[in-house]
Write a protein that binds this ligand. Structure first.
Ligand SMILES: Nc1ncnc2c1ncn2[C@@H]1O[C@H](COP(=O)(O)OP(=O)(O)O)[C@@H](O)[C@H]1O
Ligand SMILES: [Mg+2]
Length: 254
């Protein structure tokens, strides 16, 4: 058996006295496409942020690509040193709902930033790579544009190119189309689909149920800080086992 790319055990996260994640177990294999669905406020974003340590889990284990990022040990909670965390984050970048581009940098500058400053790559190689990736997402001619000069869909493409520039092992998408005008959604979904087709490992938080059904290997239903159901899309969407999931599917389709 191959070891999974990502192993998460009993992950919990509290903000003060509010326990947002109540013990999440999840494994992701290389090349697997995972979708996280569920009602707003259930903890999906917090979970995605805990995976790549934008938030620090309160307890539990995260093992990514054979490296222990955090782990419950000897009655305590071990956290990997910050330097290792920063490098690992480059191997699993996140694409956000609101793009999170640097407003005062061009598309090209946004894409080369982390490869140069986090991964220590050579500037001219990083530029060459970035221009190729901007080309792949259809923005080669917009390399010198600033985010304010781009549409939402174009901004999100820059964000995807920026993630790809890290040569990641996994990409996290947190509602990548939720802030887009409806006519721009399909193009971004198509870009995500092409990544899956190339064998990229993906974790996608979305309310696009049709998309999840077509693309997912595994769907996890998040509710109130727990994964209530997991399975292949047909099982999750056609044969929900809990009332919560049935209700959620009905509310989305309404
Ligand atoms: N930084 C934070 N501080 C305090 N509470 C937070 C923070 N981030 C998220 N939460 C709370 O955690 C819960 C889950 O939020 P979130 O992970 O955004 O859910 P989802 O992405 O499923 O909508 C919500 O109650 C939210 O208010
Ligand atoms: Mg969210």
């Amino acid at each position: 058996m191959n070891t999974p790319l990502l192993e998460i055990r009993n992950l919990k996260k509290s903000f003060g006295s509010l326990e947002v994640l109540k013990g999440i177990d999840l494994t992701v294999d290389v090349g697997e496409v995972i979708f996280l669905i569920g009602p707003s406020g259930g903890g999906k974003s917090t979970f995605a942020r805990c995976i790549n340590f934008l938030e620090k889990p309160t307890c539990g284990d995260v093992i990514f690509s054979g490296q222990v990022m955090c782990q419950d040990r000897n009655g305590g909670h071990y956290k990997a040193p910050e330097k290792l965390v920063r490098l690992a984050r480059g191997d699993m970048p996140m694409v956000f709902q609101h793009f999170n581009l640097f407003a005062h940098r061009t598309a090209l500058e946004n894409v080369i930033e982390a490869p140069i400053w986090v991964q220590g790559r050579n500037r001219s190689e990083a530029i060459e790579d970035a221009l190729r990736l901007l080309g792949e997402v259809g923005l080669r001619d917009k390399a010198d544009y600033y985010p304010a000069q781009l549409s939402g869909g174009q901004k999100q493409r820059v964000a995807i190119a920026r993630a790809l520039a890290m040569h990641p092992k996994l990409i996290l998408f947190d509602e990548p189309t939720s802030a887009l005008d409806p006519e721009l959604v399909a193009g971004i979904l198509e870009t995500i689909r092409s990544l899956a087709d190339k064998g990229m490992t993906l974790i996608v938080v979305t309310h696009e149920m049709g998309f999840a059904r077509k693309l997912a290997d595994t769907v996890h239903f998040f509710s109130d800080g727990r994964i209530l159901e997991s399975g292949p899309p047909d099982r999750i969407f056609d044969h929900p086992e809990t009332d919560r999931l049935s209700e959620f599917i009905r509310s989305i389709l309404r």
